[in-house]
Design a protein around this ligand. Sequence first.
Ligand SMILES: O=C[C@H](O)COP(=O)(O)O
Length: 243
Amino acid sequence: MRQLIAGNWKMFGRLTDVTPFAEAMRAAPAHVDLLVCPPFTLLERFATALEGGQMALGAQNCHANPQGAHTGDIAAPMLVDAGAAYVILGHSERRNDHGENNAVIRAKTESAIAAGLIPIVCVGETEGEREAGEAEHVVRSQLQHSLPPGFAGVVAYEPVWAIGTGRTPTEDDVKSMHAAIRAALAAQLGQDGAKIRILYGGSVKPGNAASLLALPEVGGALVGGASLKAEDFLAIANAAPRG
Ligand SMILES: O=C[C@H](O)COP(=O)(O)O
């Protein structure tokens, strides 16, 4: 399966950043799928700038309803209007900052799929949960309650304590968590579970990308900080295994 290297710009980026980044991405390697998920304000500009290139466009959140009186929110069909093909859902920053629980994330995931978007559903344990030996249990429960039946999208494993910290799990920990996620997807989705790409996210950098991306059941990366610099993001894309 081709790997997906996805950038999550979080709450960073201005209109002036779009064209230089999109132009730099024209030098991206062809053996990976590339995605950038900027803030809402940059979607339309990015859609134009990326035309004819290999990089897809995504958003970082949507509401569970397709429209309605929800001040400050964005509906999945609006993201499609703006040119998005993907949406990140259930990121730990949304779970923490906005109190999003698994039921909310599942409802958003259903709305995204109904609008024709590919959801990237994030799961991951806190440091305390890992220390308590609960990491796999927590992630299995997030999958069970966040993914609707027949889920067809992407899963991103992001240990909360590795996000933006420069710390990453050991290779063995990534391997065993990705194997546990694959098994959980098979149990929930049957044969279709094998088709789901499982991204790793959390302090992926040019220096550690090759070793993380080479691990079994790692289908790509969800990159935060390092996706803001075109050079670093391209280095991560180039580090993905070929074939
Ligand atoms: O969505 C991306 C992740 O939260 C990872 O962020 P990071 O690469 O800055 O650690």
